[in-house]
Write a protein that binds this ligand. Sequence first.
Ligand code: MG
Length: 212
Amino acid sequence: MSTTIDNVQRIFCIGMNYVEHIRELSNEIPDTPAVFMKSPLSIVKPGEPIHVPAHGSGFQHEVEVVVKIGRQGRANSAAEAISFVSGVTLGLDLTLRNTQAELKKKGLPWEKCKAFEQSAPLGDFIPYSGSFRLDDISFGCRVNGEVRQQGTTSDMLFSIPVLIVELSKIWLLRPGDCIYTGTPPGIGPLKVGDTVEAYSERIGSFSWKIVA
Ligand code: MG
């Protein structure tokens, strides 16, 4: 099945896709989507423990809507892009924020702050075939039951179809590719003992425990 976590291939992540999140980090609004990647080996399934990384500092959650690509090709238009989506879920783009700031200052790549071991908790995909709007998904993040992030995909700077078109200009999309589509405001710290939950009425709820 193309909608399971098990056959995820590449993980594309979009940075700075919600204006209020860009403001909270004092970043500039990008002209085109900012893209980085994580390895599928960094996926953590719901319910599996997440170990706090021993390197770096400023361990934070970023809840994101994640779409899965179901066919090979390049989408030339937003209308066509919808047909590439075979599944939708939520994920956490776990980030070492202080480490990221240091890497940014030095102009170095982001793998140490974004693509470390267990940096990509990912929920179970629900199959998608155009059955609901991708630009109207409410979702959020709770830590120990307290709401930290609350957003809607209608606030995206670059919509999901536009992201697929933009990625198609660079990569030949393939079944199993996933896109973490950016985080709304409210990012915050995670520590040992926390339970972090990504939730959406439309998609479901997935949680993880942070351990030493
Ligand atoms: Mg992110």
